[in-house]
Design a protein around this ligand. Structure first.
Ligand code: AHR
Length: 354
């Protein structure tokens, strides 16, 4: 823990002696607080201050992820969490990290919107000796620029979902050549988009599916709906849509139903199969139970306790693993498929009640 000196606000403090805030008097030589949105907040020097740069609130997953961080640190004694919502913009994330550096926080947690473009600002954090913990998506930067990463294996998530699909088609006697699939992608350049898109491309090649096309759905329901409506007009023979998160799938289902079609596994009878990722909300799990979403690759958003454990270890002088992948399942309402296999390893399917 450090004594915090706020260079950014020093001028203000010097011009305003004594500086009165929160009902207390603070002078520059006895500073023991931080500024949040230019408001003076008193902190204890024994408090560990964590600055969290969050991407935004594009999906149910993201909201649960933010809540996990807030709840964990609110309940942990001796911590203060400052959350910055970047509204999907990398430039806002870079500004937030620079502000955290000026505030001399003890740790920076970054959920990066895309993989590229972090070298300079992470170099600045390293020069300031502030450990950076990356969560969820990865950064494409030298490993020396961050302390560690914790998140999902997005390629494995995709391989599990496509393995489930292949098993289902085989079980139904549907040949690969009968599959006409389109892809609603996540935010371009995000690790989750890269991994999930890449897993789909491999499955298309391996199983001889017909790939119709892909559009970026930005992980939102509105874009999912819009893109699916376009797909339905453009690809008359579409029978599977691979959505890269549940919110896109909700939008796709709305578009399918608005076009008078049905979302479901029975593609031989004209239904359109929808698959997706996350499995965070009741709505998603209910839709999987009903068969409107055939299969969901779990993406676990509960990183708050994981980040806290990493920081506690660092405080105790213990070096965390550089990369930590979380265990994840897959969900489906189809009770005839209870296991799937990926690269020779078998995984259980969590079968949901109808
Ligand atoms: O990077 C994880 C992805 O980001 C989740 O699947 C998606 O819902 C979120 O917005």
């Amino acid at each position: 823990m450090k004594i915090r000196i706020l260079s950014m606000f020093l001028t203000v403090a010097l011009l305003t002696v004594p500086l009165v805030a929160c009902g207390k008097t603070a002078e520059t030589d006895s500073f023991d607080g931080i500024y949040e949105d230019e408001e003076y907040v008193e902190t204890d020097e024994d408090v560990v201050v964590v600055g969290f740069s969050q991407i935004g609130a594009e999906s149910d997953w993201r909201k649960v992820n933010t809540e996990s961080m807030k709840e964990t640190f609110a309940n942990a004694e001796g911590y203060e969490l400052i959350v910055d919502d970047a509204q999907q913009k990398q430039s806002n994330q870079i500004t937030a990290i620079r502000r955290f550096i000026q505030q001399e926080v003890d740790y920076i947690v970054l959920a990066p919107v895309t993989e590229d473009g972090w070298d300079t600002v992470l170099g600045e954090a390293r020069d300031a000796h502030i450990p950076v913990i990356i969560v969820d998506r990865m950064v494409d930067a030298n490993n020396s620029l961050f302390t560690c990463w914790v998140g999902s294996d997005f390629l494995l998530e995709s391989k599990k979902v496509t393995s489930w699909m292949n098993k289902y088609f085989t079980m139904q006697g549907i040949d690969g050549s009968e599959i006409n699939i389109a892809n609603i992608q996540g935010t371009y350049g995000a690790s989750s988009q890269i991994g999930r898109t890449s897993g789909l491309s491999q499955a298309v090649r391996d199983n001889g599916w017909n790939f119709l096309g892909a559009e970026c759905g930005e992980y939102t329901q509105a874009r999912g709906r819009e893109i699916m409506a376009q797909f339905l007009n453009k690809y008359r023979d579409i029978n599977v849509v691979y959505c890269e998160n549940d919110n896109e799938a909700f939008g796709a289902i709305e578009a399918i139903e608005a076009a008078g079609r049905k979302a479901g596994n029975n593609i031989k009878d004209g239904e359109i199969m929808v698959v997706s990722f996350d499995g965070v909300s009741d709505e998603a799990l209910d839709k999987a139970g009903e068969g409107k979403i055939a299969c969901i690759g779990e993406c676990n958003p509960l990183h708050g306790p994981r980040v806290l454990e990493i920081i506690e270890n660092l405080e105790a002088g213990i070096t965390p693993n550089k990369f930590e992948y979380v265990d994840e399942s897959i969900y489906s309402g189809e009770d005839r498929i209870t296991t799937i296999s990926v690269d020779g390893q078998s995984y259980y399917v969590t079968v949901l009640n109808k």
